[in-house]
Design a binder for this molecule. Structure first.
Ligand code: ZN
Length: 288
């Protein structure tokens, strides 16, 4: 059986043709255009026209998703007009095959558990450190859901009450301390004029860079210790753009974690990188 795994992003739509063990037969890329739904449907239509044996479609999308209805409850301004879209209903009436819609961070977590860094673990938490911070929780091999489709919004757990203003309107959210943007803020405040990846590489011979990384990894360790207290997972996967430089700071993170965790925790960097959303979205169909 072949299924489509669709990773809908703010700039591109990535569609993979996959089998149940995660093998990717072919990947197609399309630009995300407005109106978003029409752009998505057209892209899928083109792939389905090439592959006549597609049995189902899994979609990973940013935002909160009503999984039962396959409807986007809320999505940010990155995807104008996307909030409220009945994705499942519309795609099923167009293509006449089953469609499952899920939050993109959740499907990435699922992909890492099935085929990536958390393979072999049933209880995993993925913390995605990108421009913002998000994630997904896998319990007994399945995505953990809430009634509002908002499990894994780790970026808005408050780390420092009264701290930096977050774009959610509150102060001190974790996103303001461990995201890519927060690293840039730390560098601005310290008058460090280099890219975040140059900063990571400079930490050994640059005291200011070392201090920034120490603060960043301490805050990340604080966040992870709270997540362990809440979820008691077997393994924590770090994903997102910030995780790409983890080789330079994972040691610092583990040093801080030693003093903050209740019990040892395996921390790994995501393996599937940019394919995780697509692979996880396809996998949804085999979990149903
Ligand atoms: Zn916030």
């Amino acid at each position: 059986m072949k299924v489509l795994g669709v990773d809908l992003g703010g700039t591109k739509i990535k569609i993979g043709v996959l089998d149940e063990i995660g093998n990717i037969e072919k990947i197609y890329l399309y630009p995300t255009k407005e109106p978003i739904y029409e752009s998505l449907e057209k892209a899928i239509d083109e792939v389905v026209a090439i592959h006549s044996n597609i049995a189902a479609i899994g979609i990973g999308t940013p935002g909160f998703v009503d999984r039962e209805k396959g409807k986007v409850i809320f999505s940010s301004e990155n995807l104008p007009g996307w909030s409220g879209t009945e994705v499942k209903k519309k795609l099923e009436s167009k293509f006449h095959i089953p469609v499952i819609v899920e939050n993109d961070a959740n499907v990435a977590a699922l992909a890492e558990v099935k085929f990536g860094a958390a393979k072999g673990y049933d209880n995993a938490l993925m913390l995605t450190l990108g421009t913002g911070v998000g994630g997904g929780v896998i319990v007994d091999g399945k995505i953990l859901y809430g009634p509002n489709g908002a499990v894994g919004e780790f970026g808005h757990m408050i780390l420092y009450p009264g701290g930096h203003l977050c774009n959610c309107g509150r102060r001190g959210c974790q996103e303001q301390y461990v995201s890519g943007r927060s690293l840039e803020r730390r560098m601005r405040e310290a008058n460090v004029d280099m890219t975040p990846s140059a900063l990571m590489q400079a930490k050994k011979h640059n005291q200011i860079a070392g201090a920034i990384i120490d603060d960043f990894t301490y805050d990340l360790a604080l966040s992870i210790s709270s997540l362990q207290a809440a979820f008691d997972m077997d393994i924590l996967i770090l994903g997102g753009g910030v995780s790409h430089s983890a080789e330079y700071w994972l040691g610092d993170l583990n040093k801080h974690l030693k003093n903050l965790l209740f019990h040892p925790l395996k921390v790994e960097v995501a393996k599937l990188k940019n394919d995780a959303g697509m692979i996880g979205a396809a996998q949804l169909m085999f979990m149903a």
